[in-house]
Design a protein around this ligand. Structure first.
Ligand SMILES: [Fe+2]
Ligand SMILES: [Fe+2]
Length: 395
């Protein structure tokens, strides 16, 4: 089955008789990827890949009665839309997800052990090399969004931007405490953050507001991508203190909730033209080029200061976790590249089902992040097919 219309054509409408196999709400065809728009049978082409994801399947149920795996002939009207229309459709997805939760986790040296990630030095310092700069990085993206607020034309984007700032302020506060606990163990996370802060202030002084917005959007894609992989594999922190896992997974959920906000703020403020696109890919390209040394230097510095550089067994476990099972960085790498596509939008990867598993329990228990984490683990065990492996396979 091939759809041959150009995705840059705004008004093409194609009617096709397609044989599909219904498996709950997911339909898989070959050689095309489309998303069902909630208003009915209008499908928007995302990219030419192998998956159809039907979002808003409630519209399809009254018209199609089928049992799982039953083959049906249905007519699908495919509307090919331009990127600016697509962005408007997608960006509304997540706004009602963004919710400020002013939680205090009281992280201290008893909950954040010296090797808090499964008592494994290499895995711990790998994550430390990222988390050491989280508080200051959060402040950067907050300030970046704040500076763009008066340029926004869409009140919904502005409202989400303000909620985003509230969320990130609380993340920074809680990660400050986590890093402080590491410093109490003699892990020099403060030195790494101090260097980052110098660079951040330099860039803030010399970079335009718009370019800072592009960096914020790119940085948020980085955190959202890492969060989505971690959310799908909570088992990898099996020996981490439960309170710390609860805190980290609260953060991963909220990073997912607001994953499109800085992108939409940038798009609304800078427009959808070529100049804005160039800024967007320049920012992500810079992070892509500089990200590896920016992470590697503090990572090896932390291992060296911890006298763990020659811990071969720990190194082997880290490489296995990052590149084999579950392959955190391998999956991360494949989800990173789509950002460079002109048609990219953060909600193209609609992973709300995973965060809803956490949020349902959080709301039911009146805000228990520990039970919410356990509920997420249980939900993933019950719904192994819910993990969006297609996102990795088709990226
Ligand atoms: Fe955050
Ligand atoms: Fe964020």
């Amino acid at each position: 089955m091939y759809i041959t219309a150009s995705p840059t054509t705004k008004t093409d409408v194609i009617k096709r008789n397609i044989t599909v196999t219904l498996q709950n709400i997911t339909v898989t065809l070959h050689n095309i990827a489309v998303t069902l728009h909630k208003t009915g049978f209008t499908l928007h082409i995302e990219s030419y890949s192998a998956i159809i994801r039907l979002v808003g399947s409630e519209e399809i149920r009254p018209r199609v009665i089928a049992t799982p795996n039953q083959k049906l002939n249905i007519t699908i009207k495919v509307s090919v839309v331009r990127r600016d229309i697509m962005a408007l459709v997608n960006r509304k997805i997540g706004y009602d997800e963004v919710e400020t939760r002013d939680l205090k986790f009281h992280m201290d040296a008893t909950k954040v052990s010296r090797h808090w990630f499964n008592e494994d030095p290499w895995l711990t310092h790998f994550m430390n090399s990222i988390l050491s700069v989280v508080p200051d990085g959060e402040r950067w993206v907050m300030q970046s969004v704040r500076k763009q607020l008066d340029r926004l034309t869409d009140p919904a984007v502005r409202k989400a931007g303000i909620e985003f700032i509230h969320q990130e302020r609380i993340h920074a506060r809680e990660h400050d405490l986590m890093n402080k606990a590491g410093v109490e163990h003699g892990v020099p996370l403060d030195k790494i953050e101090n260097v980052f802060t110098v660079g951040r202030k330099f860039l803030q002084k010399h970079m335009s507001v718009s370019m800072q917005g592009a960096f914020a959007a790119a940085g948020e894609h980085f955190t959202a991508t890492l969060s989505s992989v971690m959310l799908e594999h909570p088992e990898i922190m099996h020996e981490t203190h439960h309170d710390l896992k609860s805190m980290l997974y609260w953060h991963f959920v909220e990073e997912t909730e607001h994953k499109s906000v800085s992108f939409d703020v940038f798009t609304d403020a800078a427009g959808n033209g070529k100049a804005a696109y160039l800024k967007r890919i320049l920012a992500m390209g810079s992070i892509g080029v500089l990200g590896l040394p920016m992470m590697s230097v503090p990572f090896f510095y932390l291992l060296w200061s911890d006298k763990e550089l020659t811990n071969i067994e720990s190194a082997r476990r880290m490489v296995h976790t990052l590149f084999v099972d579950p392959g955190v960085m391998s999956k991360f790498g494949r989800m990173f590249l789509p950002y460079f596509h002109p048609d990219f939008h953060p909600w193209d990867d609609d992973n709300r089902a995973v965060i809803h598993a956490w949020k349902r329990e959080f709301d039911r228990t009146g805000g228990d992040t520990s039970k919410a984490f356990d509920a997420l683990v249980a939900w993933l065990e019950e719904n192994p097919d819910a993990i969006d492996n297609e996102a990795y396979a088709t990226a």
